[in-house]
Write a protein that binds this ligand. Structure first.
Ligand SMILES: CC(=O)N[C@@H](C)C(=O)N[C@@H](C)C(=O)O
Length: 730
């Protein structure tokens, strides 16, 4: 049969290099309004981007600024001001509210040692550079999205950030005092103090951290820099049993509001798991008095203060249960101290099409200028839309559902000027701005493109909807449907049938939205069709859809994927003999299940850090609760191994079907994966070797669960492409 697939490794690498050039947007800040000498008003937009540099083998971050002339309601003129500049060594940065100053947390290596500095810039001068490492008030500054922040006080006199608690130096009982240390002269006093603070016998004590993606982050503390006095202090009063983060200054700078995650009896992984017991707190600056603002019976995140400083919106969901769920948008009134639910969980989407809120993070700024509305970018079925929530009525309006762009992401909103990144499977990220229309107006947003990107004419995409056959309907949650994204080459030569790569997502409570995907676009340009399946259990379709899966993993999700594949294959566009399956994590779990439950159907399988045995994973992952919940059991932190539960976990795992596997399997494993430890993949690898099924294992040192380091990602892609080609054209 004819084929139009690119098979030459050099050509594949060329395509990968070409498409990996497209950068993604990571941040945008809107500067203050300036009136020009001719009376026109404008604001500067500062943007940060990230791009893979295959030659340097790193992701490079760069910034570019734009100027937007406007009349507070619409954009009059806009354009880039200057070229891109690479950003090096900046862990965090933030302009002061007036735009007069900028704070930067910088990491640099001096004489082989890593140091962190907090810099204050004013106009073209670096006013201060405070050596945080030398100050020894705390450990490393947190730069992550989970805990990290860098916030100017409203008065612009103080900065708030999160760092690891200072840990006393530990040494052995047998280490002698070093004579050269006690004779350093000027530093003698410091050295003496350090010697005194050093603890013996603590060298090998285990310090639990917050798991995957947060390795080494264990005891965060809130830190404040008094800019004038050059003084850093660690805030007191935060209860001992919680870890603080996502902090900001309370109205009037009287104290700090933050999210506190309960870390007792032990820490559980936080990445992709916003379902961890947490509350909003307020700690007073003077007395260190700490107040809990929310109930403490739920999981909260992303508190955002309104511009009038009267209300805080935040996201809330249940503790434990599915790792990602439909969230509630809640509001805390600063003056009445009352909380209310603005947008409740959606069990089943109604006529209006709103399916619920599925973000674990609100954008840094999300309020309209009138402090009445909140903008949220959020999956809605297989699209990511911008939703406008009226906080007085709770009404939700989509600002983007009518557009043909698949994914909209709010980077910032300031004085109603929204800055967004939008993309589709055939279009890399674009930067756009638009004013939010006034409340109660029927106007549509007029989007202006600041940075365009070309549509790739070779790529076609569509969203397919599937209704499971009656025998596969879920009796507890009947009538649910699901979707898939189909990405395929636009031009297909006469007589050619397309090979198909089936990709179920991980999680399992996650979703593929119609975004730009590097792997899928390269595979499509190579001549493959890619089917990305949002089986029942995905987010974006209502809470019932999510709840339908726990207890049914390994059956319902597997059957949904197979049903989607067989439905697609009924058309005559695809080659039934050339179907491969590829997935990561829970998607890898599904890939391994599919080759075990449908022997010989898939001609090649690729599995990244797959869950292969829930029973053996529970003892080694950072999210043991996930194994129990997905197998259909409730989790409590004091639960002990139970043979009946283990049996169920084993029975629902791909390893149970490994003896039936005929498909050649490529495993890609990250040595430092805390989420699905690499031993899961190795367990499956050995079982396949024993059965003499072709298997190849790629081992990526220095990589965690995402295998996202530039070389792991590019090497992984080449190996995946070549493995599929090798086994589809055997
Ligand atoms: C909650 C979680 O991390 N589950 C993993 C088993 C998983 O499937 N992760 C997904 C999100 C991934 O793609 O890594």
């Amino acid at each position: 049969m004819n084929s139009q697939v690119v098979t030459n490794p050099e050509d594949i690498a060329r395509l990968y290099r070409e498409l990996s050039l497209f950068p993604s947007l990571s941040r945008a800040d809107v500067g203050p309004v300036v009136t020009s000498q001719y009376g026109g008003k404008y604001s500067n937009i500062y943007t940060e981007w990230s791009q893979r540099d295959l030659d340097r083998n790193e992701n490079v971050n760069f910034c570019r600024q734009y100027i937007v002339f406007h009349d507070d309601k619409s954009v009059v003129y806009s354009g880039a001001s200057g070229n891109c500049t690479e950003i090096k060594g900046e862990l965090q940065s933030k302009d002061s509210p007036s735009g007069d100053m900028k704070a930067v947390v910088r990491e640099c290596t001096i004489k082989g040692e890593d140091k962190q500095f907090l810099e204050i810039w004013s106009k073209n001068i670096k006013m201060k550079s405070i050596n945080l490492t030398a100050l020894k008030k705390h450990g490393k500054v947190y730069e992550d999205d989970q805990f990290g922040c860098l916030v100017w006080s409203h008065s612009e006199t103080h900065l708030l950030y999160v760092a690891e608690r200072k840990r006393p130096k530990a040494k052995s009982f047998f280490q002698s005092e070093s004579p050269e240390l006690s004779s350093i002269g000027d530093e003698e006093e410091t050295v003496r103090r350090e010697e005194k603070e050093t603890v013996k016998g603590e060298q090998f004590v285990f310090h639990e951290d917050w798991g995957e993606g947060l390795v080494g982050k264990s005891c965060p503390v809130l830190c404040v820099l008094d800019i004038e006095g050059d003084n850093v202090s660690v805030l007191e009063g935060v209860p001992d049993n919680i870890s603080p983060g996502q902090a900001f200054w309370a109205p009037g700078d009287t104290g700090v509001v933050f999210v506190g995650w309960l870390h007792e009896p032990f820490r559980l992984g936080l990445k992709f798991c916003p379902n961890r017991s947490s509350s909003l707190y307020y700690v007073d600056l003077t007395g260190g008095k700490c107040e809990q603002l929310t109930s403490g019976t739920s999981a909260v995140s992303s508190p955002r203060l309104s511009p009038d400083q009267c209300r805080i919106v935040y996201l809330e969901c249940a503790v434990f249960g599915p790792h990602m769920q439909c969230s509630r948008l809640c509001m805390f009134d600063w003056y009445t101290k009352k909380t209310s639910v603005v947008v409740d969980m959606v069990n089943r989407p109604g006529e209006d099409g709103f399916t619920g809120i599925y973000s674990s993070q609100l954008s840094r700024q999300c309020w309209s200028a009138d402090s009445q509305r909140v903008i949220i970018s959020c999956p809605q079925r297989s699209r990511k839309d911008l939703l406008m929530v009226d906080t007085s009525t709770g009404s939700v309006t989509s600002l983007t559902s009518k557009s043909d762009v698949g994914s909209w992401c709010l980077l910032n909103i300031e004085r109603d000027l929204m800055v967004v990144s939008c993309s589709s499977p055939n279009c890399p990220p674009r930067l756009r701005v638009g004013f939010l229309p006034p409340r109660d107006s029927q106007e549509e947003v007029v989007w202006v493109t600041l940075e365009d990107s070309q549509i790739l004419p070779e790529i076609d995409w569509q969203i397919l909807t599937f209704t499971p056959p009656p025998e596969q309907d879920n009796s507890q949650y009947p009538g649910l449907d699901f979707e898939a994204l189909l990405i395929k080459p636009k031009e297909v030569k006469d007589g050619v049938k397309l090979p198909l790569i089936v990709t179920p997502h991980g999680g399992p409570h996650s979703v593929f939205v119609a975004d730009w995907f590097l792997y899928s676009s390269v595979l499509c340009r190579m001549g493959f069709a890619v089917l990305m399946v949002n089986y029942r259990g995905s987010t974006g379709y209502g809470q019932d859809n999510i709840l339908s899966l726990p207890g049914n993993v390994g059956t319902q999700d597997v059957k949904d994927v197979q049903f989607a594949v067989e439905s697609v294959l009924k058309g005559d566009e695809f080659d039934m003999q050339k179907v491969a399956v590829s997935g990561g994590s829970h998607g890898g779990f599904l890939a391994c299940h599919l080759i075990g439950q449908y022997p010989g159907f898939y001609k090649a399988c690729v599995s990244r850090n797959p869950v292969t045995n829930l029973a053996s994973m529970i003892g080694s992952t950072d999210i043991p609760d996930w194994c129990m919940v997905e197998a259909g059991f409730d989790y409590t932190t004091d639960c002990l191994p139970d043979p009946a539960v283990w049996e169920q976990m084993l029975n629902k795992s791909p390893i149970r079907y490994v003896t039936q596997v005929q498909t050649p399997v490529l495993l890609t494993l990250g040595e430092d994966d805390k989420r699905v430890p690499s031993k899961q993949g190795i367990e499956y690898y050995r079982a396949l070797q024993a059965k003499k099924v072709p298997v190849r294992l790629l081992w990526y040192p220095g990589n965690n669960h995402s295998l996202s380091k530039v070389d792991a990602e590019s090497d992984g892609f080449m190996n995946i492409a070549l493995w599929i080609i090798q086994h589809l054209w055997k």
